[in-house]
Design a protein around this ligand. Sequence first.
Ligand SMILES: Nc1nc2c(ncn2[C@@H]2O[C@H](COP(=O)(O)OP(=O)(O)OP(=O)(O)O)[C@@H](O)[C@H]2O)c(=O)[nH]1
Ligand SMILES: [Mg+2]
Length: 329
Amino acid sequence: MPANLPPEYLEAEERFREADAKDEKISALQRMLSLLPSHKGTDKIEADIRRRISKLKKSSDKKKGPTRAKTPDQIESQGVGQVVLSGMPNTGKSALLDILTNAKPKVADFPFSTYGPTIGMLSYEDVQIQLIDTPPLSEEHVENWVFNLIRKVDLVLLLIDGSLENPREQFRRSRDLLSDEGIYLFPPDYDFKIDEIGRTNRKGLIIVTKNDEPSDEDITSILKNGTELPVVPVSILEEDTLDEFSRSVFKSLQKIRAYTKKPGEEPDLQEPYLLDRGSTVIEAVKSIHRDLVEELDYVRIWGSGRFDGQEVAQDHVLEDGDIIEIHNK
Ligand SMILES: Nc1nc2c(ncn2[C@@H]2O[C@H](COP(=O)(O)OP(=O)(O)OP(=O)(O)O)[C@@H](O)[C@H]2O)c(=O)[nH]1
Ligand SMILES: [Mg+2]
């Protein structure tokens, strides 16, 4: 118990414990936050309260629990892509899943607190991405399913604890543990060929966690000098870094969103069509409806054209967020 929590704080905490309604819980937590003395000993408590507030704000009143895995590495892919949180013990994998999704993984200030996979859905703008929390990588025992899962996902997030002084060593150790299993990480836009025998290539990002408590050194630039992989700093206490994290994850999945509009009408922005990055206009038309290709006369686009509503060739490469207007013969 850290020193000197004032009696008003303890009262607010009592109110939080007794509250049933979400709003009441949030307001009790906010009161706790305002009454919490600010010193080194209360940092963890503060992080914990902020996480609970953020989670409550995101949660809807109806319960939408995480999907359970059948066997640890057999996880049905949902949403735009399957992304795994990996890294050494205590780097903040579970805390990220906890703050970004409805899942409730165990977050603890001691290492090796996660045993199985926990799945959550990360919302980024109008898409959902599947995030999977896993037990830590370490030179001691790592269960096989952890590596099997990493081999299958679309993107690997390698977490480095940014509050420690040894970012390069953490990176090197994690990278070696993966390569010992034949797993190699490449930048998300890298055009790698089919896996060689005994070797799995995966897209990866380095995530520097706990960016609110950075050590004296500039970890992001130290790491950038040691690898081709993009480096994304994040803190569960800083919302803008979480937004940037989600944006980077979506971008790294190499998908784009396209929307449609009918001539003379407003675009339909309800549900995006998801396409592989690099898709052309004709590929988009095909994916919207096969039959449309036969009847296609021309296409106008809003977004990546030189001007809005530009008529573009069928091999025009689309960009994320483009709106397509299909004109039939
Ligand atoms: N200040 C701060 N603390 C954080 C942040 N993210 C995680 N932590 C703390 O770091 C500790 C470890 O977090 P976990 O999420 O349990 O770490 P983990 O990587 O899942 O750990 P294992 O499952 O044991 O490998 C907890 O005390 C968290 O509260 C952050 O962004 N800022
Ligand atoms: Mg964990």
